[in-house]
Design a protein around this ligand. Structure first.
Ligand code: NAP
Ligand code: GDD
Length: 337
């Protein structure tokens, strides 16, 4: 019989790639989706990957314990991946309580649903390198002390320790993946890599003339979401649950990442990039660089995509998207003329 996976946050970037990966492994894939008045829009990432008809979606909300228990009871998953979150760091200063409810307390909701309705299932918590924040060591691994710098990071730290606590208190197979930034053509456009590749594509097509950014000196360890979801799955295949850092080990600044994107269209970023002070954060995470040697040693995981390859893939996907959009607009104009 096919193994069953339940994914919260299935409509997000990682949820879509994880679904695709689990389907390729023969899993029956179920996901929790929030009700939206925009019917037929929320699953656009699953449609982009061409897998929307191969997953089963259930209406529910990570803030609503009864809906989570109902879904876990119905699906009886072998593995539950808790990916749902308010995941945009900037927004967490504007909506700190919502962020705490979803990103922090939501983890307790997912774990409670599992403990009550399916305690034998394995649990994955999407923890984050943001928890290292004001990094206490130049290379961060599972033993590096945490120093969160945003309401989002504080919420993720709660979720991380709750996962450890449910493992130690109730014997659940609960694992926390401390993933560094990972991106893709399915990344939401508010995050810096996609904001850059989207703007670069529009500049290339003559649809934009500038790109406003905040702190160009911030440094991140960026990998590809397609590679990182494999690490999530590998973690749940281990007999013993634990914590794993997942990262490429290469750090680059926002400025360097921009250069890669502009180079791909043969343009000079200095002509287009404007620094906008309003995009700076109240407290910044200056630099993150991960040491994923445990994941390499125990899981046999390593990243397959370089930063340059990923940024070029994202620029190409955005050029394609905007070319289709521009074509449709031209067609509509010629019909109405
Ligand atoms: P994402 O694209 O922002 O997806 C977030 C998902 O959570 C969406 O499906 C969203 O649904 C869902 N969601 C939000 N609030 C919910 C609620 N109350 N109930 C149910 N679902 C809810 O994030 P991602 O990049 O895929 O990241 C996945 C997870 O990994 C997140 O927990 C994130 O914090 C964490 N993480 C991400 C990275 C990274 O670099 N990508 C790194 C470390 C950790 P809608 O589609 O309806 O909005
Ligand atoms: N979003 C954004 N927009 N970031 C900008 C901009 C801009 O215009 N200009 C500079 N930056 C800088 C931010 O200040 C930050 O230092 C860096 O670019 C990365 O920002 P994001 O892409 O928004 O990602 P993040 O690092 O804050 O958070 C992402 O990674 C975390 C893992 O470390 C998210 O995916 C989180 O959910 C995830 O946990």
């Amino acid at each position: 019989m096919a193994r069953r996976a339940l994914i919260t946050g299935i409509t997000g970037q990682d949820g879509a790639y994880l679904s695709e990966f689990l389907l390729s492994k023969g899993y029956e894939v179920h996901g929790v989706v929030r009700r939206s008045s925009h019917v037929g829009f929320t699953d656009y990432r699953l449609r982009w990957l061409g897998i929307e008809s191969r997953v089963t979606l259930h209406d529910g909300d990570l803030c609503d314990l009864s809906s989570m228990i109902r879904i876990v009871e119905l699906v009886q998953p072998d593995e539950l991946y808790n990916l749902a979150a308010q995941s945009f760091v900037s927004a967490s200063w504007d909506q700190p309580i919502l962020t705490a409810n979803v990103t922090a307390v939501g983890v307790t909701v997912a774990l409670e649903a599992l403990r009550i309705a399916r305690p034998s299932a394995r649990f994955y918590q999407a923890s984050s390198s943001e928890m290292f924040g004001l990094a206490q060591e130049p290379l961060q691994n599972e033993k590096t002390p945490f120093y969160p710098r945003s309401p989002y990071a504080v919420a993720k730290l709660y979720g991380h320790w709750t996962t450890v606590n449910y493992r130690e208190s109730f014997g659940l197979h609960a694992t926390s993946g401390i993933l560094f930034n990972h991106e893709s053509p399915l990344r939401s456009v508010e995050f810096v890599t996609r904001k850059v590749t989207d703007a670069v594509a529009r500049i290339k097509l003559g649809l934009a003339t500038e790109l406003k950014l905040g702190n160009l000196d911030a440094q991140r360890d960026w990998g590809h979401a397609r590679d990182y979801v494999k690490a999530m799955w590998l973690m749940l295949q281990q007999p013993v649950p634990g914590e794993y850092v997942v990262a490429t080990g290469r750090m680059a600044s926002v400025r360097e990442m921009c250069q890669i994107a502009f180079d791909h269209i043969g343009a000079d970023p200095d002509r287009y990039v404007r620094v906008d002070q309003s995009l700076y954060r109240p407290a910044e995470v200056d630099a993150l660089q991960g040491d994923a040697s445990k994941a390499r040693r125990v899981l046999g995981w390593r990243p397959e995509t370089t930063l340059d390859e990923m940024i070029r893939e994202m620029v190409d996907a955005d050029i394609e998207r905007h070319s289709e959009g521009a074509m449709r607009a031209r067609r509509a104009r010629s019909i109405s003329a």
